[in-house]
Design a protein around this ligand. Structure first.
Ligand SMILES: Cc1cc2nc3c(=O)[nH]c(=O)nc-3n(C[C@H](O)[C@H](O)[C@H](O)COP(=O)(O)OP(=O)(O)OC[C@H]3O[C@@H](n4cnc5c(N)ncnc54)[C@H](O)[C@@H]3O)c2cc1C
Ligand code: SF4
Length: 566
């Protein structure tokens, strides 16, 4: 490594990848330190491997929770030698971590929804949570740029708090599949609008990248670069500037300060050799994922910051949020024995249901203050073990030809519904350092504290009620196992893998850790550009917003560097 660099970026996922792209384009010399191993989707993606070639037909197993072909390397709900703990008395919390270049952008779902104007001012809307220090209008130009760069499908639909993108930003959405057209009828009959999905998948070629040919699940990664991954979309152009170096297997655990109190670099442990190294730069960007960025700050203790860097007001690790999740599925006789249709397409649904109840909440006509959107799955993709599970739910188990006939009849007649809702930050959800437990290198680990509030459990109950109404409206039967009690229906903390908010941005050092540009109030050349800076966790999945915020922060940082103000 050839330090000093202009910028060290810790982490290479959505926030880190975008920071590296924007800062190298601005001419700054950048070092990316990534805890995981190097990863090249063009050679490592099992694009054409069939479920039948995988153990258990590719089904989920404890070490491969998203199936055999999922792109996650060296991680998952557990990372060997790198534990985390749950505080006594806490509700469960789950933490998904990959250890690979590009982080979770290699296998995420690609759902890419803009937050809306109301999402940035939640406290002004209903007195709960905290307002962001920026408005939708201030972030909108970066949403435009991100959509143009990474390629996002969608269509302007004029729905409340569901922003339309300016002309030329979005790629054409794929046509709804047969079951999607069917389920649209059900929602519409309840007065609920359905919209085209916004997904980071190309339906037209873009910047030398090919359009999707609906080959295999995007969660495997994409060797033809048709979906968005930091590794295929952000790092190649960043590398081409000649301004980027990447060091893999570098687990950063501390930000180092100089005598004036500015960041002078970071210290990391090489996950392969176990050696510790320090490296210096004129500025540091933390983008290790919301929880890990908080961990690095909490572990960076000094005389000036005995409780962790930037933690003078006890704000680091606070206001941890996830999305609210609940699900149900149904079987629909109307979809049995359909003539074969082409149900291929992008990995996620081609449609989704944006939150439709803003006016009801404004009138306080619902028992919960914030909204949710609905994602759906169904159709006839490549058969997997789930077909066996569906068959076992038949009233009488069949064998031989009758079994084959049953399989053909019911295959494709199930639709799954998943709600993704806004969580309001609360005092009971946060992370701090475990006083006892350390990882295999002796670095203190995170301890999670979690408690859903009634705002979320009531919302989860409403999700399930809506799913059951739609299933009924379409003449279906709900699959047994659904829960109508919100406390039972709700996902576990962290389970939706949208954890955000531990190093939030705000108006002053008293209410936040960083300013509206992700710049630390306490250390002016230290930035945070991952999900940690989010002030709220709207129902819209967070990654498009993480990318837009990271690009905006990078532009600010580059401006400071140009003016000699770092
Ligand atoms: C299965 C799945 C589906 C998802 N679907 C969607 C979706 O459809 N839409 C959506 O918006 N979001 C989705 N998400 C969430 C999305 O992946 C995250 O919001 C996003 O990747 C967060 O970006 P990040 O930069 O904060 O973190 P990450 O992308 O996780 O990047 C963090 C990087 O930092 C590295 N790192 C960690 N610790 C250290 C350290 N100490 N030192 C150095 N490097 C470190 C990690 O290895 C990783 O590469 C999904 C996630 C999963 C797992
Ligand atoms: S569905 Fe399309 S974008 Fe996704 S991995 Fe397959 S070819 Fe690539």
């Amino acid at each position: 490594m050839s330090d000093p660099y202009d910028v060290i970026i810790v982490g290479s996922g959505a926030g880190g990848g975008m920071s590296a792209y924007a800062l190298t384009q601005a001419g700054l010399k950048v070092l990316v330190l990534e805890a995981g191993r190097n990863y090249d989707p063009s050679s490592e993606t099992p694009m054409f491997n069939l479920p039948s070639e995988a153990p258990l037909r590719g089904s989920s197993t404890p070490d491969k929770p998203f199936g055999f072909y999922d792109a996650t390397v060296d991680g998952g709900w557990e990372v060997k030698g790198e534990p985390y703990t749950i505080a006594e008395g806490s509700e469960p919390f789950m933490w998904w971590r990959p250890r690979m270049l590009g982080g979770r952008t290699n296998h995420w779902g690609r759902i890419s929804l803009r937050f809306g104007p109301l999402d940035f001012k939640p406290r002004s809307r209903d007195g709960l949570g905290q307002d962001w220090p920026i408005t939708y209008e201030e972030l909108a130009p970066w949403y435009d740029r991100v959509e143009r760069l990474i390629g996002v499908t969608g269509r302007a639909q004029g729905l409340e708090n569901t922003p339309d993108s300016p002309e030329g930003c979005l790629q054409p959405p794929p046509t709804p599949r047969a079951y999607e057209a069917f389920v649209t009828r059900g929602f519409n009959s309840l007065g609920i609008p359905v919209a085209a999905m916004h997904a980071a998948v190309l339906t037209q070629p873009l910047n030398g990248r090919a359009a999707c040919f609906y080959a295999t699940a995007c969660g495997r990664g994409c060797s033809i670069r048709a979906n968005f991954q930091s590794t295929t979309v952000l790092f190649p152009p960043a590398m081409a500037t000649g301004n980027l170096e990447i060091r893999a297997n570098a687990l950063v655990y501390q930000v180092d300060l100089d005598r004036t109190g500015k960041a002078k670099g970071v210290t990391f442990v090489d996950r392969v050799s176990g050696e510790h190294h320090s490296v210096s730069a004129r500025s540091v960007v933390l983008a290790a994922g919301a929880c890990e960025s908080a961990r690095i700050l909490l572990n960076s203790k000094s005389a000036a910051f005995p409780d962790g860097l930037c933690n003078t007001h006890g704000m680091v690790g606070r206001y941890l949020m996830d999305s609210v999740g609940a699900s149900a599925s149904g079987q629909f006789p109307a979809l049995e024995n359909l003539p074969p249709t082409n149900d291929d397409g992008i990995s996620v649904g081609h449609i989704y249901v944006p939150w439709w109840g803003y006016h009801l909440q404004a009138r306080k006509a619902l028992p919960f203050p914030r909204g949710y959107h609905i994602e759906m799955g169904g159709g006839r993709g490549m058969p997997s073990m789930s077909l066996g599970a569906m068959l076992s739910r038949q009233e009488a188990l069949s064998v031989g030809d009758a079994l084959r006939e049953d399989a053909r009849r019911i295959y494709g007649s199930y639709i799954g519904f998943a709600g993704r809702g806004e969580m309001i930050p609360n005092e009971d959800c946060y992370t701090d350092l475990d006083p006892e437990v350390k990882d295999k290198w002796g670095i203190p680990v995170l301890r999670f504290h979690w408690k859903w509030s009634e705002h979320e459990t009531q919302q989860a109950a409403h999700m399930v009620k809506t799913f059951l109404e739609v299933i009924d409206r379409l003449g279906g039967t709900p699959t047994p196992g659904y829960q109508t009690d919100g406390k039972k229906a709700i996902s576990r903390g962290g389970e939706i893998i949208h954890e955000v908010g531990t190093v939030r941005m705000g108006h002053s050092p008293e209410d936040s850790v960083v300013n509206a540009f992700g710049q630390s109030w306490a250390v002016s050349n230290l930035f945070v550009t991952d999900g940690a800076v989010l002030v709220s966790s709207p129902d819209k999945n967070p990654t498009l917003s993480i990318l837009a915020l990271a690009w905006r922060s990078a532009d600010h940082l580059a401006g400071l560097a140009r003016r000699g103000e770092l």
